[in-house]
Design a protein around this ligand. Sequence first.
Ligand code: MN
Length: 129
Amino acid sequence: MKPKVLIIEDNEQNLSLVTFLLERYGLEIIPARTGPQGLAMAVHVRPDLILLDIQLPGMDGYEVARQLKSIPSLVDVPIVAVTSYAMEGDRDKGFAAGCVGYIEKPINPKTFLDEIRPFLSADWEPQIP
Ligand code: MN
């Protein structure tokens, strides 16, 4: 079974880049462009990992993380914040909201897989693209 990665990201360019990068390694990508859409998709597909943009229109990523963590079926699903916020304290705010990891934008295509790998099952072997 391919691990399923839900990406909640409103920027089409970032969404395309992450989708392209991760599909090449054999991951299944589920895209969502707003917090409410991400919450609905998370409940529906129960992903193995959630990559969460913090700067989203309307409901921000911190609120999305808090709501995801309040859903019993999703308690064990890791959430990794992916954000260009470079302000001190953002990392802590993300962790306080329920994120277990933090990746800074711009996304580095060379290291992105390694950055998310610790949050995927150790049984999963990436395809060689
Ligand atoms: Mn954004």
